[in-house]
Design a protein around this ligand. Structure first.
Ligand SMILES: *[C@@H]1O[C@H](CO)[C@@H](O)[C@H](O)[C@H]1NC(C)=O
Ligand SMILES: *[C@@H]1O[C@H](CO)[C@@H](O)[C@H](O)[C@H]1NC(C)=O
Ligand SMILES: *[C@@H]1O[C@H](CO)[C@@H](O)[C@H](O)[C@H]1NC(C)=O
Ligand SMILES: *[C@@H]1O[C@H](CO)[C@@H](O)[C@H](O)[C@H]1NC(C)=O
Ligand SMILES: *[C@@H]1O[C@H](CO)[C@@H](O)[C@H](O)[C@H]1NC(C)=O
Ligand SMILES: *[C@@H]1O[C@H](CO)[C@@H](O)[C@H](O)[C@H]1NC(C)=O
Ligand SMILES: *[C@@H]1O[C@H](CO)[C@@H](O)[C@H](O)[C@H]1NC(C)=O
Length: 346
């Protein structure tokens, strides 16, 4: 049984929450600026250049473009700052109207298997572009040299396309890069000596895997702190890359597998930062360095299909026997000992 005073209380609470509920949306929206008319015009041009795909159905002239899907506005200025066109049935080329969004910081065309053509020069005309992602598309042609002009870039992801030709040395001018993904293309030639040469200290995470790159890895890669990952796997890179390792290195994830790397592993030193090391299918010789047993947090190791010899070192905190099974070590010249068959007594 409710007393009159408690039902009055309930009424007050109800009307109060109704008031809050009603006033919330308007105050929230009121704080946000409306879409800039020039940006709306540019977006509608992009939609039309892509043949009005279903993916962009929310882009209708009657509505505020800051509410459209696949983009983000600056809430104060109402200018479009991020555009993510991804995962739809879109056919055609990258529309030039993207250059009419002068405040764009992030531009992404991703998972669009019918996006064709080459990477266009007009992308250099977006003055504040920080992240450019053109990935999982059918874009072909070269990684253009003019991308080195977009100095504001912090992230360049051109992975999973059909790009060919060589890596332009001009990418070395992008000194603010923290991410460089050129993996899963058909790139050939050498990694340019100047690619990371201008980086002082911290270098971008670099993914060049699954291409057809040849030659040696620039020596300058050894003087840099990679924040997380280097992946050079599945290329035709050769010679010594042992300079990527050392006690003072910050990199955590190193994949050099399926190349033609050739160096003496015996004297290589490792930092405690190393978590993942894949060297399978190379021509690495010597023995497993004892220092490997001291890499505390090593979670993945694969040195299979190389030319290593000698006993797998025991002891240490790294516990090479317990952590990794024979599939990490097999197919070497004469590597032996647990978890591989015992070494032959001399
Ligand atoms: C790509 O284009 C082909 C041929 O026009 C079409 O059959 C296919 O559905 C399209 N795929 C996507 C994801 O747009
Ligand atoms: C690229 O287009 C070709 C046909 O032109 C198609 O067969 C292929 O699947 C497309 N590539 C991707 C990654 O979807
Ligand atoms: C590079 O980054 C620094 C620090 O964030 C910034 O001050 C500078 O303007 C950036 N350079 C370019 C060309 O955007
Ligand atoms: C990739 O590009 C090459 C030419 O550079 C072309 O011959 C080939 O058909 C393209 N592959 C796909 C899947 O589109
Ligand atoms: C790399 O990082 C280490 C440890 O954080 C630091 O001592 C060293 O000076 C850095 N090296 C460069 C080239 O910045
Ligand atoms: C590690 O030390 C070597 C030799 O002292 C130095 O040349 C190299 O630049 C250092 N690397 C990093 C990433 O700091
Ligand atoms: C190491 O690489 C080889 C060759 O690709 C593979 O067969 C093996 O399973 C890998 N080992 C581990 C532990 O992943």
């Amino acid at each position: 049984m409710k007393t009159p005073s408690s039902s009055k209380f309930v009424l007050v609470v109800l009307s109060l929450s109704l008031f809050i509920f009603l006033s919330l949306p308007s105050t929230c929206l009121g704080a946000k600026a409306k879409c800039h008319s020039e940006d709306k015009k540019a977006l509608l041009e992009i939609k039309s250049a892509l043949n009005n795909p279903y993916l962009l159905a929310s882009w209708t002239p009657e509505t505020d473009c800051c509410h459209w899907y696949l983009l983000k506005c600056n809430e104060i200025t109402g200018r479009v700052i991020e555009l993510f066109i991804s995962g739809g049935e879109i056919s055609g080329q990258i529309p030039e109207a993207v250059t009419k969004l002068p405040y764009l910081r992030i531009l992404e065309f991703r998972k669009l298997s019918n996006l064709t053509g080459q990477i266009p020069f007009f992308l250099t005309k977006i003055p504040q572009l920080e992240e450019l992602t053109l990935s999982w598309t059918n874009l072909s042609g070269p990684v253009p040299s003019f991308l080195g002009q977009i100095k504001s870039l912090t992230s360049l992801d051109l992975s999973f396309n059909n790009l060919s030709g060589t890596i332009p040395p001009s990418l070395g001018n992008l000194k603010n890069l923290t991410v460089l993904h050129l993996d899963r293309n058909k790139l050939t030639g050498k990694i340019p000596e100047s690619l990371l040469a201008k980086f002082k200290g911290n270098a971008p995470d670099i993914y060049l895997n699954h291409n057809m790159l040849t030659g040696t890895v620039p020596r300058s890669f050894g003087d840099l702190n990679f924040s997380y990952r280097i992946d050079l796997s599945r290329n035709r890179l050769e010679a010594d890359v042992s300079f990527l390792f050392g006690k003072n290195k910050t990199v955590q994830f190193v994949d050099l597998s399926r190349n033609l790397f050739q160096f003496d592993f015996s004297k290589v030193e490792f930092s405690d930062n190393l978590i993942y090391l894949d060297l399978n299918h190379n021509k690495i010789f010597g023995s497993l360095p004892v220092g490997l047993t001291e890499v505390k947090y090593l979670q993945f190791l694969n040195v299979s299909y190389n030319r290593l010899c000698g006993e797998i070192p025991t002891g240490g905190t790294g516990r090479l026997q317990d952590r990794f099974d024979s599939y990490s070590y097999f197919h070497n010249r004469c590597l032996c000992g647990d978890p591989l068959p015992a070494c032959k007594k001399k």
